[in-house]
Design a protein around this ligand. Structure first.
Ligand code: PMV
Length: 317
């Protein structure tokens, strides 16, 4: 019996996290060095319609029928079924693994959803479009992140650098020149929902200063788009430093992130910032192919528990 496999990459947000939740633009890129992988096969011995879920990374090994309706996989199966106009799936086993760090700003949840949605759809012979896979993953994001912007599921489903704006069509970016990022993990896992929720409470109490910071971030994002498309890599580094400063003002950095950001800059990075929700998770440093190894070593010495180096190709998309 054939198995249907699908993959989805991780991602990092280059510019504009948090502000994107408040209707400002943001830029994200896929990170193909880490991936979620889903495999679906028919379960001929199972009773009709039984869906068996295996996610060894989280210890899940159960009948979907035993999981609560708000479980991410229950929501995902419902969303994929709706997208395909399929009232129920034939008996199957869904096996999911991922090398994307969890709760670290690299889109692990969205990538698992996209990979699983694609594998399920391929299994029933009705492959999903990137947009359908993105939408199915967004249903899960909504249940788990409170007020997600939709940037994670979009960049991961399309697998291309994007300029994203909530409730507007997104744009695929074609970098004028390749650039390399070192991604360093603080080892602190902080749920996105928590950081986004805390910021929302502060914004509700006193919106004006936060709105000003969001506007300043939006201006950086617009400049960054131009520099990416024109291949002006050094200018991007300066904007990353400025974006990190604004994220500090939003109160979403932490000493561990600041230490890694400072260490990367001192070691010669063109720029560095936290990425994703913050208060832990990952930071990114813009490096050259030549400086990547020494900056990676410096980041490890400064406490990074995992380093991923990725290059965003010119003209991608
Ligand atoms: O999933 P993370 O940690 O990369 O965070 C997503 C980015 C936020 O802007 C903080 C939230 C969102 O929904 O866009």
């Amino acid at each position: 019996m054939p198995a249907f496999a699908a993959y989805a990459p991780g991602k990092v947000i280059l510019f504009g996290e948090h502000a994107v939740v408040y209707d400002r633009p943001a830029i994200a890129v896929p990170v193909t060095e880490v991936q979620a992988r889903a495999m679906v096969r028919a379960d001929l011995a199972a009773p009709a319609g039984r869906i068996w879920m295996e996610a060894p990374d989280t210890g899940l090994d159960d009948d979907l029928g035993n999981l609560p309706p708000e479980h991410p996989f229950a929501i995902l199966l419902g969303a994929v079924g709706t997208a395909l106009g399929l009232p129920r799936f034939p008996a199957l086993r869904l096996h999911v693994t991922s090398s994307i760090p969890i709760a670290a700003g690299m889109g692990s949840g969205a990538a698992i959803s996209v990979a699983a949605a694609r594998a399920l759809a391929a299994f029933v012979g009705r492959p999903l479009s990137d947009e359908q896979a993105s939408q199915a993953a967004f249903e899960v994001e909504k249940a788990y992140h409170g007020t997600p912007s939709g940037i994670d599921n979009t960049v991961i489903a399309y697998g291309k650098p994007i300029l994203f704006h909530r409730n507007q069509p997104f744009h695929i970016l074609r970098p004028g020149k390749a650039f390399t990022l070192v991604i360093a993990d603080t080892g602190l896992a902080v749920p996105t929902r928590e950081v986004v929720g805390d910021l929302r409470r502060r914004w509700e109490e006193s919106p004006i200063p936060y709105e000003q910071i969001f506007d300043a971030i939006a201006s950086l994002v617009r400049q960054a788009r131009t520099h990416i498309e024109n291949g002006e890599v050094e200018a991007l580094g300066i904007l990353m430093n400025n974006n990190h400063h604004l994220l500090q003002q939003l109160g979403v950095s932490c000493p561990q992130l600041d230490r890694l950001v400072d260490a990367a800059r001192e070691a010669g990075a063109l720029g560095a910032k936290l990425c994703g929700a913050g208060r832990g998770g990952n930071m990114i440093a813009l490096v050259t192919v030549d400086t990547a190894p020494s900056i990676s070593e410096t980041l490890k010495a400064a406490g990074a528990v995992r380093i991923i180096t990725t290059t965003i190709s010119a003209g991608e998309g």
